[in-house]
Design a binder for this molecule. Structure first.
Ligand code: DX5
Ligand code: ZN
Length: 581
C-alpha cells in the first residue's frame, strides 16, 4: 500500500505491513497521524453540534482518541466501498455519541467533511443517532444496551462463516445500567468470541449525573469532590465484574494514543475469550468547560462560543522530558522517571560527535530503552547525514524522528519523509538558533509533523534560553499557519518554568525539558507544574480570543461556562490581570 493511499484511506488497510520493531507490535505507532485526525474529528463535532443546536459533544470527546486510533490505524475498512464484506465492524452502542462516529467517518473519507453541518437536520444522513443510511455505520444505535448483543451476533456469524474480520463495540458506563449488557457479557464468553473487542468508555458521567451516584459500577462515591475521587484508580472495580464474566480485561488511559494502540495489538493476539478494554476517559475531554461536567452530556455549544472552542482544541500541549539531563550511566532510570511523571513524550537527544562536538548515545541504546515504556519516543537526531541512519532509529523503536535542516537538502529530506511515512513514524525537522526554514523545506511544510526550533546551540543540556527565540518562534508560527502546517512546534533548549508560558504564547505546543525536568528531583511534580503554567497561558490566550470576538461580554459568557471546581474564579482572575474585565 502506498504512502498516499494510507494518508487518504483510499484502499483497505493491510495490517502488519511495516518493519517497525516496537516490542509490542511490528507496526509503527503513527502518533502524529492519529493525533491530527483526532483533532480534526473533534473540530467537526463542534461544527456539527453547533450547526444543529443540539447533540452530544461530551461523550463524543471522551471516546475521541479511541475512535481516532480505530479509524486511522486498526479498522480494516474501505471508505469507498463501505459494505466490503471483509471489513472489520465498529458498533457504536452508545449511539447518542453519533457526532463522535460521524466525524471520524468524515475524516476517514466515507463522505465529505462538509456534510457534518447537516447533523440532525431533516433528510440528512447524519442523525442524532447512527442510522444505516450513513455510509460506514454498522448499527442503528439509540436505545441503549443493545449494541453488544448485536455485536455478538456479528461475531458469531463471522465464526460460522469462517471469516476473520474483527468486531469492535463501544459501550458507555451509563449504558452499563442496562441488564442486557450483562446478558450479552455472559453470551460473549460462553461462545468464546475472541473476534470481539469491547471498549468501555469509562467517563463516570451519564445523562443526569455522575454514574456512581446513579448506579455505581465501581464504588459508591460520597462527598462533594466527586470528580476528584474517581481519579483514584484504587477504587475501580468494574474490570473485576467483567473478569468474573470470563472476559479478557485490560485497563488503560483512554486518551493516550500509545496505550490504545498497544492494547488493541494485544487483544488481536488473544485467543479463546472476548476482550474488554476499560478506558478511563474524561467526558468533554480537551474543552475545559465541558470536562467532567454532567451538563455537557447532551448540549451543543452556542455559535458565539464555538470559535473559542476550536482554538482550544488546537491548543493542546505536550511535555517531552530530555533524558540526557539526567544520569547518562543509567538512562533506563531516567526513562522510568519521565514515565512515572506522566510525560507525553520521551525526548531522546542523539549526538554523534560530528554535527555537534558531544556524543550521547545511538540507536542501540534506544532499542534497549524501548521496552521500558509505551510513551512515544521523540528522537532528535543531531547527527550528520541523517538519511543514512533513519532506518536504524525506526527499527530501534522511535515514534517521531527529527533531523536537522542544516544537514539535509530537498532530496535527502524527501527520502527521509518517504522512509518514515512508509514505516508509520512521525516526521520532524529541526533548525538551529541561527537557521531559518530553508526554501527547499517549504514544500514539505504540510507533511511535517513537528518543527523543532532550537533555543540553545545544540550540543548539551543546561544552557540558557536564547531570548530572541521568542520573536523567531512567533514569526515562524505565523509563517507555518499560512502554509497549511498541521503539525506542532517543539521548543527545545533552556525551556523552564519561568519561560514555558511565553513559549506557548509564541506558538510552541511541545516543550522539551532537560535540566528543568529531568534535572529536578521530583519529575512528576515539576511536570505537573509545567502543565499548570501551560494551562494558565492557554486560558490567557482563549480569553484574549473571546475578547477579540465579542469584548467583555463574550469573555464573561465564556468564563461562566466553567462550572466545575475552581475554574471560574481562576479565569476571572486571569481576565482581570490581562485587563479584559
Ligand atoms: C540540546 C538538546 C536539548 C537539551 C534540553 O542540544 O537538543 O534537548 O538537551 O535540555 P535543556 O532543557 O536543559 O536545555
Ligand atoms: Zn533535543
Amino acid at each position: 500500500m502506498s504512502a498516499n493511499a494510507l494518508k487518504n484511506h483510499e484502499i483497505p488497510f493491510a495490517p502488519c505491513r511495516s518493519h517497525h520493531s516496537n516490542f509490542w507490535t511490528d507496526m509503527g505507532l503513527n502518533y502524529y497521524h492519529i493525533l491530527k485526525r483526532v483533532r480534526q474529528a473533534r473540530k467537526l463535532v463542534i461544527k456539527g453540534t453547533t450547526a444543529a443546536g443540539s447533540g452530544h459533544p461530551g461523550g463524543s470527546f471522551s471516546m475521541a482518541e479511541i475512535m481516532g486510533c480505530m479509524y486511522s490505524k486498526f479498522l480494516r475498512c474501505d471508505p469507498k466501498n463501505p459494505l466490503w464484506d471483509g471489513r472489520d465492524r465498529l458498533v457504536l452502542s452508545k449511539g447518542h455519541a453519533s457526532p463522535g462516529l460521524f466525524s471520524n467517518l468524515a475524516v476517514a473519507g466515507f463522505f465529505d467533511r462538509s456534510e457534518m453541518e447537516s447533523l440532525r437536520k431533516l433528510g440528512s444522513r447524519l442523525q442524532g443517532h447512527p442510522d444505516f443510511k450513513c455510509p460506514g455505520v454498522e448499527f442503528c444505535g439509540g436505545s441503549l444496551g443493545l449494541g453488544l448483543s448485536f455485536s455478538i451476533g456479528l461475531a458469531l456469524a463471522a465464526k460460522m462463516d469462517g471469516k476473520n474480520h474483527h468486531i469492535y463495540t463501544v459501550i458507555g458506563d451509563g449504558e452499563s445500567d442496562e441488564g442486557q449488557v450483562w446478558e450479552a457479557a455472559m453470551a460473549g464468553s460462553k461462545f468464546r468470541l475472541d473476534n470481539l473487542t469491547v471498549f468501555l468508555d469509562r467517563n463516570f458521567i451519564q445523562q443526569d449525573d455522575y454514574t456512581e451516584r446513579v448506579m455505581p459500577l465501581d464504588e459508591e462515591l460520597l462527598g462533594d469532590d466527586i470528580s476528584e475521587m474517581w481519579k483514584n484508580a484504587a477504587r475501580w472495580r468494574v474490570g473485576d465484574k467483567w473478569r468474573a464474566f470470563g472476559w479478557n480485561v485490560l485497563e488503560i488511559d483512554g486518551h493516550r494514543i500509545e496505550q490504545i494502540s498497544k492494547v488493541v495489538n494485544s487483544v488481536l493476539q488473544t485467543k479463546g475469550t472476548p476482550s474488554i478494554i476499560i478506558a478511563r476517559t474524561i467526558k468533554g475531554k480537551s474543552v475545559e468547560h465541558m470536562e467532567d461536567n454532567p451538563k455537557w452530556h447532551g448540549v451543543a455549544p452556542s455559535p458565539t462560543i464555538s470559535p473559542i472552542i476550536e482554538l482550544e482544541i488546537d491548543c493542546q500541549f505536550l511535555i517531552a522530558p530530555s533524558i540526557i539531563a539526567g544520569d547518562m550511566s543509567n538512562l533506563e532510570n531516567e526513562v522510568k522517571r519521565a514515565s512515572h511523571g506522566r510525560s507525553d513524550f520521551i525526548h531522546l537527544d542523539v549526538m554523534d560527535g560530528q554535527f555537534v562536538p558531544n556524543r550521547t548515545f545511538d540507536h542501540e541504546k534506544i532499542r534497549q530503552l524501548r521496552p521500558i515504556t509505551t510513551i512515544p519516543f521523540d528522537t532528535h537526531l543531531m547527527i550528520n547525514e541523517p538519511v543514512k541512519h533513519v532506518r536504524d532509529y525506526i527499527e530501534a523503536g522511535s515514534d517521531i524522528i527529527t533531523v536537522h535542516a542544516e544537514v539535509c537538502d530537498e532530496s535527502s529530506f524527501g527520502e527521509i519523509r518517504d522512509i518514515l511515512r512508509s514505516n508509520e513514524t512521525s516526521l520532524g525537522l529541526a533548525i538551529n538558533p541561527e537557521t531559518e526554514i530553508p526554501t527547499w523545506a517549504e514544500k514539505f511544510i504540510p507533511d511535517l509533523d513537528q518543527l523543532i526550533i532550537m533555543s540553545v546551540v545544540p550540543g548539551k543540556s543546561g544552557q540558557k534560553y536564547i531570548e530572541s527565540t521568542h520573536e523567531k518562534t512567533q514569526r515562524i508560527s505565523k509563517f507555518l499557519q499560512e502554509r497549511n502546517f498541521q503539525g506542532l512546534i517543539e521548543a527545545d533548549g533552556g525551556v523552564d518554568l519561568s519561560n514555558v508560558e511565553s513559549c506557548f504564547l509564541d506558538g510552541a505546543r511541545v516543550f522539551v525539558g532537560g535540566s528543568a525536568i529531568i534535572g529536578q528531583k521530583d519529575v512528576r511534580l515539576v511536570i505537573s507544574e509545567f502543565r499548570k503554567r501551560l494551562m494558565h497561558a492557554r486560558r490567557k490566550l482563549l480569553i484574549t480570543k473571546a475578547h477579540s470576538l465579542g469584548g467583555a461580554d463574550l469573555v464573561t459568557k465564556w468564563i461562566d461556562l466553567h462550572e466545575v471546581g475552581k475554574k471560574k474564579s481562576e479565569l476571572v482572575q486571569i481576565a482581570k490581570e490581562s485587563g479584559f474585565l
